[in-house]
Write a new protein. Structure first.
Length: 445
């Protein structure tokens, strides 16, 4: 991984003129400043000025009226040299992800990336490392200038070879651009909706996995634009088609071993007791957790029963209607591939905050030995109310407003985020609900 001096040398040797210093705020939008390549040593030493009001902005640039941060106050963008990469889709341009610090150089309590870094450090003190991978769904759209607006690039069915061929040049160019940035993609396929695609990112350690995920999204959008297309990651960009999810796959490792894996269970779903307790924590905290993982009003148009998006607090082996799915492990690499998948998540989330929430919920399950109950092998929407109650299965919040209420009342999640961060986050999301018109408003970023 490049050091600060490596980055300075690389900017000089490769004639890099522009360096994008990127961060993600409460709104989930990737934002940043751009500096000249010959200034990057100064950026490392002193940081770059950033108004604190960014943590009161919604995704549509409305300042949350109850937000803590306003016209006064500054923090500093502190680029992380290990995230440096020249951008293959932008001439003489590179980018780095940044932490946000106070003027005194201390981590800012309202910085999402620093918060995940600190939570990862706390896991490390317990001998644990989280390994993550993201399934990113998106639509490739074409705008032919008519009043109808953007439409899917094709109308091929789910997983269809026709869909693979239609966008072969775009996908190939995207994968090559990701390779240039050291971002491995384990699988790709056309998805359920017309023109919908999915990239499955290889697993990496917590913070690095999230950083790669953000670069992947930017790369997909940039390459699509170069091919005359739009790439939409919105949770429900087309009213009558499948929504876009961003499923989070996760396992915990200690001393080179996957603690979610039980070698004594000769099964493709050999989840250990520790893994089961982690699932129990995810289910226990799911109502508040989705405020972090499904972070826009439009997200709740996607989280509908019997839509493969997950709408009930249950878990199951390869059950795609459950909040938590335990995927079948690969026969030749059972330990490496044993994991859990948190499904009610999409790209409107700030992924640093989403992962902090997922880890905090799961670790509470481990610490409290929360039993997730029996796995469910049917669509929960087909069960009667009495059976759902008997099994402790509940409907997820049906609006962002309701999820925010659950988040505010969840002591485990709020403690993991910290008071300043969680209060500023809730203020921004409340404002987003108001400006969208309702808690389940029109499609939004």
């Amino acid at each position: 991984m490049p050091s600060q001096s490596d980055v300075v040398s690389r900017c000089e040797s490769d004639d890099i003129r522009l360096v994008r210093l990127l961060y993600v705020g409460n709104d989930g939008v990737v934002r940043g400043h751009v500096v000249d390549g010959n200034r990057i040593a100064h950026s490392f030493e002193h940081g770059e000025n950033l108004a604190t009001v960014v943590q009161s902005l919604t995704a549509t640039d409305v300042v949350a009226p109850t937000g803590e941060f306003g016209a006064t106050g500054e923090v500093r963008l502190r680029p992380d040299s290990t995230t440096f990469r020249p951008l293959p889709y932008a001439d003489r341009t590179a980018a780095m992800l940044c932490d946000l610090s106070t003027l005194d150089g201390e981590p800012w309590v309202a910085d999402p990336r620093s918060t995940l870094g600190e939570y990862s450090d706390s896991l490390a003190k317990r001998g644990l490392t989280a390994r993550l991978g993201f399934e990113s769904e998106f639509y490739l759209l074409v705008d032919d200038g008519t009043d109808a607006g953007p439409r899917p690039v094709d109308d091929s069915p789910c997983y269809a070879a026709e869909g693979m061929q239609t966008v072969d040049d775009v996908i190939l160019a995207t994968l090559e651009a990701l390779d240039d940035q050291g971002i491995p993609v384990g699988a790709y396929h056309p998805e359920l909706g017309p023109g919908q695609q999915e990239f499955v990112q290889d697993h990496a350690a917590g913070l690095a996995a999230v950083d790669d995920h953000l670069f992947l999204r930017r790369t997909v959008q940039a390459v699509a634009r170069a091919h005359g297309l739009d790439a939409s990651f919105a949770p429900k960009p087309l009213p009558d088609a499948a929504g876009n999810g961003c499923h989070v796959h996760l396992s915990l490792w200690a001393d080179g071993r996957n603690v979610f894996f039980d070698a004594e269970r000769d099964s493709p779903y050999g989840l250990s007791e520790t893994g089961r307790y982690f699932v129990g924590g995810l289910l226990e905290h799911a109502p508040g957790l989705v405020a972090l993982t499904a972070a826009s009003p439009a997200s709740y148009r996607r989280l509908q029963p019997s839509s493969w998006a997950s709408a009930y607090t249950c878990w199951g082996a390869d059950n795609r209607e459950a909040v938590v799915r335990v995927p079948s492990a690969d026969r030749g690499r059972r330990e490496a591939s044993t994991r859990v998948e948190f499904k009610p998540s999409d790209h409107t989330a700030n992924p640093y905050l989403a992962v902090v929430g997922i880890l905090a919920a799961g670790m509470d399950g481990i610490d409290g030995e929360i039993d997730p109950g029996r796995p469910l092998d049917v669509d929960p929407a087909t069960l009667g109310e009495s059976e759902l109650r008997a099994r402790g299965i509940e409907r997820l919040p049906e609006s962002l407003d309701a999820a925010l209420d659950a988040l505010a009342a969840d002591e485990v999640l709020t403690a993991a985020l910290g008071e300043t961060l969680v209060e500023s986050y809730i203020a921004v999301k409340r404002a987003r609900c108001e400006t969208s018109g309702s808690g389940t408003g029109a499609p939004s970023v």
